[in-house]
Write a protein that binds this ligand. Sequence first.
Ligand code: BMA
Length: 326
Amino acid sequence: MSAPAPDPRHRLLKRHARNPLLSAFDWPYFINTVFNAGAVRLPSGETLLLCRVEDCSGRSHLCAARSADGVKDWKIDSTPTLLPDADNHPEELWGLEDPRVVWVPELESYAVTYTCYSPQGPGVSLALTKDFQTFERIGNVLPVENKDASLLPRRFDGRWAMIHRPAPQTGRAHVWISFSPDLKHWGDHRVLLEARHGPYWDAEKIGLCTPLIETSQGWLMTYHGAHTTVGGCLYRIGLALLDLEEPGKCLLRSTRWMFGPETDYERVGDVGDVVFPCGYVIGKDGDTLYLYYGAADTSIALATGSIRDMLDWLEEHSSPGGTATI
Ligand code: BMA
């Protein structure tokens, strides 16, 4: 009997043998879970993860963990790195979630977008930092209900651009792009990628995963599809490619997912069947993607793959543009 054909889902990303890399047991203070982390490589060469930490009240804050090789020997801040500041920012009363971090050369700062959660619902906040110790809050830049946001690292025709995912009361939740002259006031809102209909893995509700990945062919976008079944929701990851100079234009979009929950630590946890990447770093070869993802809303795991292979795969398994047509 011939060997079965390789499953294309396994081709692009390889789970690290030490997964999960970080969980509540590693934390220097008592927490419930740690997951969904933004990631950057610092000038020192260290990888920094800005992790979403859920405490035992159920609210989340952000905490930084640093490692020389991005895999082990994490040095974790001994106290929370960024806590809600509900006195000055009531939109943060119920916590800070799912940070995405981008280095912005013009500002000589990292831009951190995160979900600010309050009784009004989830919204998008933006803060700047140079050192992950002090943060300058720009504030609640996109109101409820909205999440899954990341700033692009430079301006386009003089304007900043942000990808995000408003959630309407009824109907499908799409990925949008908006523009701003000053990082504070956002407008020119446009749908960028539509959630599909029907049985598809990315029907009804989708959202940005990591910040965009700049390639010579365009901005490579990782996005999640939250597929609702009678057994619950399945979070899986697919790809899209945006125009390099006009990121509001979607060139390609994958018809299938490239990564989904399979292992025990992804399938079982506080919220099972969830892989949720919020950050990446790129290897010294300029091609290896280190994708950090939350697993089952309980731990942080790592998968690696080649950006070149992902672009080839996207070309092979894509429908043009960002519309819902398959
Ligand atoms: C999404 C976000 C994520 C979470 C996921 C699965 O809506 O809130 O923070 O990981 O649900 O629970």
